[in-house]
Write a protein that binds this ligand. Structure first.
Ligand code: IPE
Ligand code: IPE
Ligand code: MG
Length: 266
């Protein structure tokens, strides 16, 4: 086979990807996408592998998604990596997930930084193992002035505990007279969440086939469009084509926000 023939399929794929990117970019694009990256365990079990292999493969799937998010000019991407309820899992599995997070940040940080990605976390990181906490701090600090896509990693995140935290903080301010009761409104509550200052998600994607929210961004998704994959699509297999499908689907929906006019904006 000559070199030209060898490169042909790759060029074809690049062309196809570029066409889809151009198509999406010709329509209003979402400002904020959030993803429940579910199905790592089942992906592995289906192959007779330990669940840890699924988590490892799941981490690999993240790279392309960040790259495409950035190419599309989407400003915010929030990834659900570990919930407040995931501590219920066997100690060994929790350790594997934590180790993979450290490994991921360590390995990818330079590349993310080079690509102008800003790393943030949402969730209570103070309760994480020391090495995870330190690795996160390092990534957040290094990328803090980057102006490209902001990737929020939800880790030890739970929407209900986030709301409890916000309520306590607001109550404390009222008690100390820093705030009046009348000043409490939807925006003030929003501003006291981990996602304060970040626009609400336009699109929520969940892989793995379950149609539920699992304590993710409850306050923020009031008018978010939801996209659930079919049951055979586990996170490690989520490809950029699946991502394009979800975004295109979003672009064809009418967002009414309780009104009656047709709106297709992000
Ligand atoms: C998502 O995959 C990753 C985390 C929750 C950390 P799961 O580990 O939940 O995989 P399934 O849903 O059991 O297949
Ligand atoms: C949601 O998945 C949390 C993450 C993807 C990090 P889970 O696997 O924990 O959700 P449930 O238990 O199926 O609701
Ligand atoms: Mg799961």
């Amino acid at each position: 086979m000559n070199f030209e023939n060898f490169l042909k399929p790759r060029r074809k794929k690049q062309e196809k990807d570029q066409n889809r990117i151009d198509d999406i970019k010709s329509k209003p694009i979402p400002k904020h996408i959030c993803i429940i990256m579910d199905g790592n365990g089942r992906w592995a079990e289906k192959r007779g592998l330990p669940r840890s292999a699924g988590h490892r493969q799941g981490v690999e799937a993240i790279r392309d998604i960040i790259k495409i998010t950035s190419e599309l000019g989407i400003k915010y991407l929030t990834l659900y990596a570990f919930s407040t309820e995931n501590w219920k899992r066997p100690k060994k599995e929790v350790e594997t997930i934590m180790d993979l997070l450290v490994e991921y940040l360590n390995r990818e940080l330079d590349n993310l930084h080079k690509n102008n990605v800003k790393i943030m976390t949402i969730g209570d990181i103070s309760l994480l193992p020391r090495k995870v906490y330190e690795e996160i701090e390092k990534a957040v600090n290094k990328t803090r002035y980057n102006t490209g896509v902001q990737v929020n990693i939800a880790i030890n995140y739970g929407a209900r505990s986030e709301i409890v935290m916000a309520v306590k903080e607001i109550a404390r301010k009222v008690a100390s007279k820093e705030l009046n009761l009348e000043e409490i409104d939807e925006k003030l509550i929003s501003d006291h969440l981990y996602t304060g200052g970040i626009p609400d998600p336009d699109l929520l994607i969940r892989t793995g086939g379950d149609w539920r929210i699992s304590n993710f961004l409850l306050y923020q998704i009031a008018y978010t469009e939801l996209w659930f994959s079919d049951a055979t699509l586990y996170w490690p297999d989520f490809s950029i084509n699946n991502y394009f499908d979800a975004i295109s689907d979003f672009q064809n929906r009418q967002r009414r926000y309780g009104g009656i006019e047709t709106r297709k904006d992000g």
